[in-house]
Each structure stands twice: as structure tokens, then as C-alpha cells.
Design a protein around this ligand. Structure first.
Ligand code: CA
Length: 244
């Protein structure tokens, strides 16, 4: 039997980056309820900010109010569907918010059991024994082409279509999230982040930035500083969750 995970700790930073006028990313978490989320909003004017913050608020509320005993992945899927409807109906009621949407990546934990929920191209990675593994699959046009063998990774990075995402919260009346089931081990470090981090930093660089013994706050700062140093073309958000 592996050692039980008894504790989770978390820290997060969201940064505007160096090029964008506003920050449309958002994060939120509750260690008490075992839920952690990062969202990357899109839409004209302030719509992207509204979509991402609405998604965080709704997901946190729905998960905090959940009925004890109900399986967490089921609760999470229902919460994603309800949150999608909330954003979609708000955009339908206000033409200035028309078309707004957001990505959502979330980590849900119950002792050793962990689930990762994903819609869009924000990502979850897990660092274990010094190596990172990408848990989520991007719902993006170019990444889907890469998975089908129709495009290389370097073509995907340079493609003018690299911003096109194939699933988002709030842009359609219904959405289906990916849900990945994991077992957490003491020492695991989970990173939830927006594409403003992963566009600037390669996986090996992220791995080396995470493979240091520092407080989580300091590790978040190092990640954001590195992404800004690499250009900071987009908003940058990272949320770290450590199992111990
Ligand atoms: Ca972004």
C-alpha cells in the first residue's frame, strides 16, 4: 500500500503579462473543499474577464454546496454543465457579452483520489519524482491536428490557427468536459495554468522550474517571471497544489 496523502497545500498567481491591457484569466480554490480551478476568458471588451470570473465563482459555489456522498466526478460534470449554461444564458441576454467564453481546468481531490476536469487549452501537469507529465489534452484545433498526425508540434506552435480552441465554457448551449481520474501520492505537485505560461515556456523548462525545494508562492513567482522574461505575450496564470 502506498502512503496516504493527508494534506494538500496551494498557491496561485495571475499576471497580466507584458503585452495585454487587461487580465482575462482567473483562478480560485478552496483547500477545505479540495477544489482548484484556472480559467482563461475570451470575448470583446470586458466579456472575457466576466466569463472567467463567473466560471470560477459558479464552480466553487456548486462544489462547496455539494451533497456529501455523491461521487465527485459526477458532481464536477454537473457543475461544468450548469456553469456553461450560466455563462451562455448571460451572453444571450446581453449583446455586449455575446460570444464570451472561457477555458476551465480544475483539480478535485478527496484524500488520495484526484480528478482533473478540462475544457479548452488551459493545462494540468503533474510533477512526480522530478518529471512532469501533461494530464490534460488541449481542445485546440492545432493540438488535435498534432494528435491525428497531420501537423508537427513546431508547426502547431507557429500556426496562425493556434489560438482556435474547439471547446469552451459559455459559447454553446452544451459542453462535455474531459475528466481524468488519478491517484495522488505524497510529494506530487500539480500545476494548473493558462496558455500564457505554456506558450512561453517549454515542458523541460517548466519541469526544471518546479524541481526546486521552495515555498509554493515562490515557485509561482518563478514561473510567472520566466514567462514574462520570455515575452509575456498573454496573461499568465499558475496554480500549484502539493500533496503531502
Ligand atoms: Ca490565454
Amino acid at each position: 500500500m502506498a502512503t496516504a496523502v493527508v494534506n494538500y497545500t496551494a498557491a496561485a498567481i495571475s499576471d497580466r503579462g507584458r503585452k495585454r491591457a487587461s487580465n482575462e484569466d482567473a483562478f480560485g480554490y478552496s483547500v477545505e473543499h479540495g477544489v482548484y480551478f484556472v480559467c482563461d476568458g475570451m470575448g470583446g471588451a470586458a466579456a472575457g474577464e466576466i466569463a472567467s470570473s463567473l466560471a470560477i465563482d459558479e464552480m466553487l459555489r456548486l462544489l462547496a454546496e455539494r451533497t456529501p456522498g455523491k461521487p465527485l466526478p459526477t458532481v464536477a460534470e454537473q457543475a461544468v454543465i450548469a456553469t456553461n449554461e450560466a455563462i451562455f444564458s448571460r451572453s444571450q441576454r446581453n449583446y455586449r457579452l455575446s460570444g464570451m467564453g472561457t477555458t476551465l481546468v480544475g483539480l478535485l481531490v478527496e484524500e488520495r483520489n484526484a480528478w482533473v476536469v478540462n475544457v479548452g487549452d488551459s493545462r494540468c501537469y503533474r510533477l512526480r519524482n522530478g518529471h512532469i507529465e501533461q494530464i490534460t489534452l488541449d481542445h485546440s484545433l492545432v493540438e488535435e491536428q498534432v494528435r491525428l498526425g497531420r501537423m508537427t508540434c513546431s508547426e502547431a506552435l507557429r500556426s496562425p490557427l493556434r489560438n482556435v480552441i474547439t471547446r469552451a465554457l459559455g459559447t454553446q448551449s452544451h459542453v462535455t468536459p474531459d475528466i481524468f481520474e488519478l491517484e495522488a501520492e505524497p510529494g506530487d505537485l500539480f500545476l494548473l495554468c493558462s496558455d500564457g505560461l505554456t506558450r512561453e515556456l517549454s515542458d523541460p523548462l517548466i519541469e526544471s522550474l518546479l524541481s526546486v525545494d521552495l515555498p509554493l508562492d515562490d515557485m509561482c513567482t518563478r514561473l510567472v517571471n520566466a514567462a514574462n522574461k520570455a515575452g509575456g505575450h498573454d496573461n499568465i496564470t499558475c496554480l500549484l497544489v502539493r500533496a503531502s
